[in-house]
Design a binder for this molecule. Structure first.
Ligand code: FHN
Length: 445
């Protein structure tokens, strides 16, 4: 009897240790592993959908900035029908654009949740004619197409009675530990609900109004990663994010973070604003994507559905036009890495993961052969991505006695050029090898 008792207590201890170790291992997968797919993905589609589409006004900011009163802003709840919402159609269009992931707003700063949250008093199920959870069917449709899905969540909530800030000119309180504790519990409650969708990513926003400590950012990260150790978190969970999120401005130089994503609108508005006709052209968006690819980052391009769930025609056209280019040039997009310094090629470049293929992105009509200088590699062959034409090329100016490489000129006939951006693949002998020394006076021939 004594022996059995001893044995069962050992079994219980081992079980506990096993669970404990499993949980601690569950805590987080190494960042490079977790973000490997993100680094390769290059293009994501952002979706800003909320009651602000009803009047076609700034999302949340319109009442925060006192452009409209809060009660009048919230009257938009009555016009949010989602009666033409078709998440399967959205997922098909997102896939057609060439995007490998998508991020949807589950709750913006106005506090209106797009799922049936048990926390707070504002959600599309109980407070709009939509009368439904909009997130579940979307996540399902995206996962069915083997795309990655991320959930946008605003940490700040200008509608919540326990949140200190209300509008730019009105605060509910400055210091109130009891109220803040209650708001933190609300946030954790909603975030725990969001983990049940098992998203691949969490896209936080609005973290600028409080400190990481006040948000309990570390505890939020632990909560999310304990539920999915492979999840990725953007930079807007102050100090506890995985990748940088430059916004609206195309980075001028390569961001310092090796993982980054530019989020950008198609016109100038995140939400549906029919008066905003300042759309970027398909050509301009393709060139912005190429710019991000050349610097080793991603583009998260925003769409703004109408209150009924239809996507504006201008935005559908852009997604389809983008898809034409991404489909044709997929080998020079997904899985590529940042290109070579601009001194070597006067344009955008990227490299294959093994660095043996140099991609050139030509977004103009060249006046003559393209020039690559300072390339030490021999070239095996050069072809046009998406149509396979092999291109003639030659090296000039290489002195047998000098270590300075010659000038590599590549002919690019007009008939093989793409109407937006032509991509050329240069297969190198070995990994890319660039001449970076100073060219000096000649002392002997
Ligand atoms: O305030 C928001 C804004 O409304 C929009 O959601 C963007 C998207 O990245 N994020 C914040 C501004 O940086």
């Amino acid at each position: 009897m004594k022996y059995n008792k001893k044995l069962s207590s050992i079994v219980i201890i081992l079980l506990f240790l096993n669970v404990f170790c499993a949980n601690s291992q569950q805590a987080e997968k190494p960042k490079e592993k977790r973000l490997a797919w993100f680094k390769d993905a290059k293009l994501g589609i952002f979706i800003h959908w909320g009651i602000y589409a009803v009047n076609g006004i700034d999302e949340s900011w319109s009442f925060y900035n006192n452009y409209i009163s809060y009660p009048d802003y919230m009257k938009q709840l009555n016009g949010f029908t989602a009666h033409n919402y078709n998440p399967k159609k959205w997922a098909k269009l997102i896939e057609e654009s060439g995007a490998k992931y998508t991020i949807i707003t589950t709750k913006h700063h106005d506090g209106v949740a797009l799922w049936n949250t048990k926390f707070g008093k504002l959600n599309t199920v109980q407070h709009t004619p939509a009368k439904k959870d909009l997130i579940t069917p979307f996540v399902k449709a995206i996962k069915k197409r083997n795309l990655k899905v991320g959930l946008y969540y605003s940490l700040l909530d200008w509608s919540h009675s326990d949140y200190p800030n209300f509008t730019r000119t009105k605060k509910r309180y400055t210091e109130d530990d009891k109220k803040w504790e209650s708001f933190t519990k609300f946030n954790f409650g909603q975030l725990t609900e969001l983990t049940s969708f098992n998203p691949d990513m969490y896209w936080f926003d609005g973290d600028w109004e409080q400190s990481a400590k006040k948000w309990k950012a570390k505890e939020i990260r632990n909560l999310l990663l304990s539920r999915n150790p492979n999840a990725i978190i953007n930079s807007r969970l102050q100090g506890y994010g995985d990748y940088a999120t430059p916004e609206q401005g195309v980075p001028i130089s390569k961001p310092s973070s090796i993982f980054w994503e530019l989020c950008m609108t198609m016109n100038n508005s995140w939400g549906y604003q029919p008066n905003d006709k300042k759309y970027k052209s398909i050509n301009q968006i393709i060139r912005i994507l190429v710019d991000c690819i050349s610097m080793g980052g991603n583009l998260l391009l925003d769409i703004a559905p109408k209150p009924d769930g239809t996507i504006p025609q201008e935005q559908v056209a852009i997604l389809k036009g983008l898809g034409r280019w991404t489909k044709k040039h997929k080998e020079a997009i997904y899985g590529t890495r940042a290109g070579i310094p601009k001194e070597h090629f006067n344009g955008y470049t990227a490299l294959s993961k093994d660095k043996t293929i140099l991609y050139l992105y030509v977004d103009n009509k060249p006046n003559g052969p393209l020039l690559i200088k300072g390339l030490k590699n021999k070239v095996n062959r050069i072809w046009v991505v998406g149509n396979g034409t092999k291109l003639s090329h030659k090296v000039v100016g290489k002195q047998y006695w000098s270590s300075v490489p010659g000038l590599l000129y590549i002919d690019l006939p007009e008939k093989v050029q793409d109407k937006d951006v032509t991509v050329i693949a240069v297969l190198l002998r070995g990994k890319v090898d660039l001449f970076r020394e100073e060219v000096k006076a000649i002392e002997s021939n």
